[in-house]
Design a protein around this ligand. Sequence first.
Ligand SMILES: [Zn+2]
Length: 228
Amino acid sequence: MNCKYQLQWYDNIPIISWLALGGKCRKCRKKIGYAEILAEVGVALLFALSFVFWPAQDQLLLLNISEIIKFVLFLALIVIDTILFIYDAKWREMPTKLLIGACAVAAVFCGVSVWQSYNLHGDYNWLSFVLGLLFLPGIYYLLYKISKETWVGGGDWILCLSIAFVLGNMWLSLFCLFISNMIGCIVMLPIVKSKKKKRVMIPFGPFLIAGFLLVFFLQDIIINFMGF
Ligand SMILES: [Zn+2]
C-alpha cells in the first residue's frame, strides 16, 4: 500500500512470511499491520474448529465422499468470508465478485445437502429452507430496498443468501439473524456511545459472519433446543 512493491510468492506464505519479515514491508520497511497475520492464524484456527465441530463428523471420518465435498466447500467459504470480514471492517464495503463467489460455493454446498437428504430420507425439508431464505436474506433485502441503502448495505443481503444456503433451515437462519445482531450490539454500543454522533456507519458483514460460524458450529445444540 505504501511503496507499491509487487508481492512475490515468497512474500505470501501464510504466517511464515509475516514473521520472517517482522511484520514490515520487504522494500520500504513500513509496518504491514496485524490484520494480515491475525487473518492467517484465524483461518487456521477456523479450519481446525470446522473439523472439531463438524455436524456429521462421523461421516467425515468414514470418508463419505459427499461429506468430504461439503467440508472442502465449507473451508473455501471460510477463506472467502475471512476476506469479506476484513474488507468490510476496513473499508465498509464488500466486493460483489467475492459475495457472488460465496453464494456459488454455498449453493453447491446446499445442492449436496439436498442430494444427501434425498438419498437418506427420500425427502428434503423445502419449506424450512424457503422460510430460512425469507428470514435472513429476505429481511435484509427488504431493509436495503426500503431504506435505499441507509440502514443496511447492499452487500449484506447477498452475504445472508450464502449463509441461508449453507444453514438450509429456518430455525438456524433465525438464530443467525438474532445472534449476529446481538454480537453487533455488544461490540458496537460502547463505540457508538463514545462517538456521540447521531449517525454512525457500522460494517455489518463481520457480525453476520461471526453469527453464521457460531450457529453452524452449534447447530445440533440449537436444533435440539428448539425441539426438533
Ligand atoms: Zn513498502
